[in-house]
Design a protein around this ligand. Structure first.
Ligand SMILES: Nc1ncnc2c1ncn2[C@@H]1O[C@H](COP(=O)(O)OP(=O)(O)OP(=O)(O)O)[C@@H](O)[C@H]1O
Ligand SMILES: O=P(O)(O)OC[C@H]1O[C@H](OP(=O)(O)OP(=O)(O)O)[C@H](O)[C@@H]1O
Length: 317
C-alpha cells in the first residue's frame, strides 16, 4: 500500500520537523501517549495506538497545512499563524482555530536596528530596506507606519493587492536574518528574539515589538475526526497542566485556615481533611510550579507544618 493510501481515514497531526519547537512538541505527544515509530528522514509516521498519522513539517508551513483542511491538528508558533493569516486571511471554512497555548517557544518579533546608528523610532525606517522571514507581517507593519507618517500606502496602480506600493523595501531571508544586516544588504531587520543574544552579537538593538509569540495547538475548522481531536486536546491540556502546577500538601491548625487559604487557594479550591489530632487539618492544593518556593516560605511563616511539594505526572482537568 502506498503512503498516500495508508493516510486514508487517519487524523493528520502536523509536528515541527526541526527548530526550537520540535523537542517540546515530541515530549507533549509522549505525555499524551501517542506512540509511533519514525523511520529515518521520513516525514510521515503512523501511530500504533491511536488513529493518528504524524506529518513532520517546518513550523512555518503548519498553519497552511491545517488551515486549508489537509491536517486536523498541528503544533506551531502563534507568529507563524499570524504570518499565514497576513497572506491567506481566514474565511468561514478555511483558516485555523487556536485551541491551547502550550506555554513554550515564547519569543518576540521585533524591529532591530544598528546599536550605534541614528535610528531610534520605526518611523525612521520608512523607505529603507528591512530583512525578515516574516514578509507578510512586516509589509502590514510598515504599511500601517507609512499611513501614519502620511507618506505612503496611497493607491498608485502598482498592483500590490490594490493597496498601493510600499515605500519600504521588504527583503525576504529564510534564516539567519541578522546576516543580511551584517553583510550590508539591509538597514534593519524584523526577526524573532528570545534572550536577545543573537541580535546583540550582530550589533543590533530592539526599537519596537511587532508581536509576542508562543507555541500553540491548532485545529482545522472541519477536522476529519472531531472526537479524536477533542480527546487529544484534553490529553495535551492535562500534560501542560501537570507541567505548570505542583501539588502542595501541609498540616495546619484549623484556626489558621483563612490565612493559609490566601497563600494556596488551589486551582478550584483546596482539599481539607481533619487530622486525628484535635484542631489540626491536612491541606492539599495545586500551586503554580514557579510560585512553589515562595508559597512554602509563606506557609511556614503563617504556621503550617510538614509542607510537601509533589510533582504531577499527568492530569485531566
Ligand atoms: N529564539 C527563540 N526562542 C523561542 N522560540 C523561538 C525562537 N526562535 C523561534 N522560535 C519559535 O519557533 C518557531 C520556529 O522557529 P525556528 O527558527 O526554530 O524554526 P525553523 O526555522 O523551522 O528551524 P531552523 O532555525 O532550525 O531552520 C518560530 O516560528 C517561533 O514560534
Ligand atoms: O534572542 P535569542 O535567544 O538569541 O534567539 C533569537 C534567534 O533564535 C531564532 O533563530 P534560530 O537560532 O532558531 O535559527 P535561525 O536564525 O536559523 O532561524 C531567531 O531567528 C533568532 O536568530
Amino acid at each position: 500500500m502506498s503512503a498516500l493510501e495508508q493516510l486514508n481515514g487517519k487524523l493528520l497531526f502536523a509536528i515541527p520537523k526541526k527548530g526550537r519547537l520540535k523537542e517540546k512538541a515530541l515530549s507533549l505527544l509522549d505525555g499524551s501517549d501517542v506512540q509511533f515509530n519514525r523511520s529515518d528522514r521520513s516525514d510521515i509516521a503512523f501511530s500504533n495506538n491511536t488513529p493518528v498519522a504524524l506529518v513532520f513539517l517546518p513550523a512555518s508551513d503548519i498553519p497552511a497545512f491545517v488551515g486549508r483542511g489537509k491536517g486536523a491538528l498541528g503544533i506551531t508558533g502563534s507568529d507563524c499563524i499570524l504570518e499565514y493569516e497576513s497572506k491567506e486571511p481566514p474565511t468561514a471554512t478555511s483558516g485555523v482555530e487556536q485551541i491551547l497555548d502550550l506555554g513554550f517557544g515564547r519569543c518576540k518579533l521585533q524591529v532591530q536596528v544598528p546599536e550605534k546608528g541614528e535610528v531610534e523610532r520605526p518611523e525612521q525606517l520608512v523607505g529603507k530596506t528591512i530583512a525578515t522571514s516574516f514578509d507578510g507581517l512586516s509589509r502590514k507593519y510598515f504599511r500601517e507606519l507609512e499611513r501614519k507618517v502620511g507618506g505612503g500606502g496611497q493607491v498608485n496602480g502598482s498592483g500590490e493587492g490594490g493597496e498601493g506600493k510600499l515605500q519600504t523595501n521588504i527583503l525576504h531571508a529564510s534564516g539567519s536574518v541578522e546576516a543580511a544586516y551584517s553583510l550590508g544588504m539591509a538597514d534593519a531587520v524584523v526577526d524573532l528574539v528570545e534572550s536577545g543574544l543573537t541580535m546583540r552579537v550582530a550589533g543590533l538593538k530592539p526599537i519596537a515589538t511587532v508581536l509576542e509569540s508562543s507555541a500553540v495547538l491548532i485545529r482545522s475548522k472541519h477536522p476529519s475526526d472531531p472526537k479524536w481531536v477533542d480527546l487529544l486536546t484534553d490529553r495535551m491540556r492535562g500534560v501542560i497542566t501537570a507541567q505548570r502546577y505542583v501539588l502542595c500538601t501541609y498540616n495546619v491548625e484549623r484556626r489558621l485556615l483563612d490565612q493559609v487559604h490566601k497563600i494556596t487557594p488551589g486551582k478550584r479550591a483546596p482539599t481539607i481533611n481533619n487530622l486525628e489530632e484535635e484542631g489540626w487539618v491536612a491541606v492539599q492544593a495545586m500551586v503554580e510550579s514557579d510560585r512553589a518556593a515562595v508559597a512554602m516560605d509563606e506557609l511556614k511563616a503563617a504556621g503550617a507544618q510538614d509542607i510537601l511539594i509533589i510533582k504531577l505526572e499527568n492530569t485531566r482537568v
